[in-house]
Design a protein around this ligand. Structure first.
Ligand code: ATP
Ligand code: MG
Length: 647
């Protein structure tokens, strides 16, 4: 998916230029604040520099000059800089207000200019080497002030220099000669004076333009970089949102969750006030609100939205993204008054399209008029496309789960009906076999016994199917869910299988690492069924003389039960299908012909409903271990049943 770059069309280009101008203005202001501080630091050096230079000139180079005045200028610079330093500190404490910093900058420049002119005058005027220091000031002004101000300041510098030079030339102010510096006096030489002023003026103007234009270009580049990084940041947020929505597509099949996450991520990614999803109802005519983020209940319940008559709904459901820049006055809106009361000014609607046509509408709302542009339209369209897939998948899953439940319900009803005739037939067969209905020949007895075995298998199949259906509709768990001691349940199951184990000379053992009682939140029937299935399998699929060990121990907030046997094992190919209904591995079928292949499916269902896990490891000819992990119930939640209290 690609996003249009800003500046792609006329409108975008215009708006991004306006934004850039704004960024550029902010930059100048930010620069002003930092430059005021920087200039203050620099001025400490300048003031000290004047004092040191005066001392050197006087004592080391024996140059004659009005030393006291020059020292005075140095001290004055340090003095007014102290004042600026304190005001700047205060201004920073109050928060850097641009106005304060601008006036600070103007005052600093004015005093610097004055100090510079005095320094120039008292160090020889036209003959002063200090003239070059004016250039520093001109460069600094060109860096920190807008072009026009910088030009004004450089003209001011030219006037100050020219004024001083000319006033000295005509003798209207005294000339302070630097003794021992120049061999001849030049300040009254017309050619020298004209030369100095011409070169100084042209240098000043040229430097102002040169620095100004470099500075302008730098500012423009900086503004562009900032603008680009802002664009990039926005694009990243949006990409992340699309990615998030893709994740929703893959991570959940819960329709309610999909819809809720969709509206929330969309609103956040687009930085809008609200987002909603309306889906067509079963009649396909009315749009019902199914997920809302950021809207009031009053607005949501404003009235029915008829897909056939509502103009906005009609246009969106035809497959278009509809942008409404001024919602309270849009003819497309059915409820403009309610929109105004809700504070909604702009809306953007996108269709949610399923495989067989429109399913609903994804809409974002904002309190600013004309809030959405082309970029937003493309973005919401991408989100709606992704969202549609998620919604369709979740809907399909929901339909499938409902179908599955119906199927289980059907099995439950059908097998329930079969149960009593089968059990009656079974007891009738037993009665006949026992000879209560008259003498039975040996041959008849054998046939009757075979019939009994078949009917017993049928009875087990019916019981298993009933359990499976009960597991699917959650009856094992929905029953009396209370913390029960798991040890007692397993002990009973092990006891139940002691005789069958002895018949096969199998050593059946139960070991418990039980320093304390372990409770799990479950139903007794459910737990009994789980361990009955696993222990019966272990005995069933272990040849005579083998071993079956049931081990129980606590493990990180869970109880771990391992059912380990030295039986026939499970072939690698069979492992992935082991827990599916009716599946039996070939080696198991060979060993024991009878079996429904439902036991493990039921076991897994129950364990999952108890929020536990079951895993298996096995090696053909060596043995099998099933591991069951169930979450331990917290002690505070445990209330003992009267039976357990007695025990
Ligand atoms: P039923 O439980 O109705 O008697 P079953 O035992 O075959 O039939 P499940 O309990 O669901 O059905 O077990 C499914 C299959 O898993 C078995 O047929 C067998 O192939 C394999 N299996 C289960 N437990 C063991 C075990 N302890 N050792 C070897 N294979 C096993
Ligand atoms: Mg079994």
């Amino acid at each position: 998916m690609g996003f249009p770059k800003s500046g792609g069309d006329g409108l975008n280009r215009q708006s991004s230029e306006v934004a850039r101008a704004g960024v550029s203005r902010n930059l100048v202001e930010a620069e002003l604040v930092t430059s005021v501080s920087w200039l203050i630091k620099l001025r400490w050096i300048a003031g000290a520099g004047v004092l040191i230079a005066t001392w050197l000139v006087h004592n080391l180079f024996q140059v004659g000059a009005p030393i006291a005045v020059l020292y005075g200028i140095g001290v004055a610079i340090l003095f007014y800089n102290t004042f600026f330093f304190l005001s700047e500190r205060q201004a920073k404490k109050r928060g850097p207000i641009v106005k304060t910093f601008r006036s600070l900058a103007i005052w600093q420049t004015a005093l610097d200019w004055l100090a510079m002119t005095l320094l120039f005058h008292f160090s020889g005027g036209a003959e002063s080497p200090a003239i070059w220091y004016f250039i520093f000031h001109i460069i600094i002004a060109a860096i920190f002030f807008p072009r026009r101000t910088a030009l004004f300041l450089s003209i001011l510098a030219i006037l100050l220099v020219s004024g001083t030079v000319l006033l000295e030339y005509f003798g209207w102010i005294p000339h302070h000669k630097l003794e021992n510096f120049l061999p001849v006096s030049l300040y009254q030489s017309p050619l020298y004076v004209v030369g100095v002023l011409t070169f100084f003026s042209t240098t000043a103007v040229f430097v102002t333009f040169l620095v100004g234009s470099i500075q302008d270009r730098l500012r423009q580049r900086e503004a562009e970089v900032i603008q680009l990084s802002e664009d990039l940041q926005r694009a990243t947020v949006r990409l992340r949102a699309v990615n998030e929505i893709s994740k929703i597509v893959n991570s959940t099949l819960d329709l309610k969750q999909v819809l809720e996450r969709l509206v929330e991520t969309t609103a956040k990614a687009m930085e809008v006030r609200a987002c909603s999803i309306r889906m067509l109802d079963k009649s396909g005519r009315y749009l019902e609100p199914v997920a809302v983020y950021g809207l009031s209940q009053t607005y949501i319940n404003k009235g029915p939205v008829d897909a056939l008559t509502n103009p906005l709904a009609k246009e969106t459901l035809s497959g278009k993204v509809v942008n409404i820049p001024n919602a309270p006055h849009s003819p497309l809106l059915q409820y403009p008054l309610e929109a105004r009361q809700e504070g909604i000014q702009s809306m953007l609607s996108a269709p949610l399209m399923g495989k067989s046509g429109p399913m609903g509408i994804l809409r974002v709302y904002d309190t600013k008029a004309s809030r959405f542009n082309k970029e937003d339209e493309e973005f919401i369209s991408a989100i709606a496309a992704q969202g549609s897939i998620a919604i369709e998948n979740a809907m399909a899953y929901q339909a499938m789960s409902e179908l599955d439940k119906m199927k289980s319900q059907f099995i439950h009803t059908a097998t329930h009906e079969l149960r009593s005739p089968v059990s009656v037939t079974r007891s009738l067969l037993r009665t006949i076999t026992a000879g209560y209905a008259g003498e039975v020949s040996q041959q008849q007895k054998e046939i009757l016994e075979r019939a009994t075995r078949r009917i017993e298998f049928l009875q087990k199949l019916i019981d298993d199917l009933l359990d499976l259906a009960a597991g699917k509709v959650g009856s094992f768990v929905a029953q009396d869910l209370q913390p029960i001691s798991i040890k007692g349940i397993i002990e009973k199951v092990v006891e139940r299988y002691e005789i069958p184990a002895q018949e096969k000379s199998i050593e059946l053992r139960f070991e418990c690492d039980c320093s304390a009682e372990m409770y799990v939140k479950a139903s007794k029937d459910g737990l009994d069924r789980v361990f009955n299935n696993l222990i019966s399998n272990a005995i069933k699929y272990t040849p005579n003389g083998g071993k079956v060990l049931v081990k129980m121990s606590p493990l990180d907030g869970e109880v771990h039960v391992a059912i380990q046997d030295t039986g026939i094992g499970i072939p690698k190919d069979s492992l992935p299908r082991l827990f599916t209904e009716f599946y039996r591995a070939p080696n198991a079928k060979e060993m024991v012909t009878e079996g429904t292949g439902l036991g493990l499916a039921i076991t897994k269902d129950i364990i999952q409903q108890l929020e536990g896990r079951i895993t298996v490891e096995s090696q053909v000819g060596v043995g099998t271990t099933f591991h069951v992990f169930l979450p331990l119930a917290h002690i505070e939640t445990i209330t003992l049943t009267p039976m357990e209290e007695q025990a």
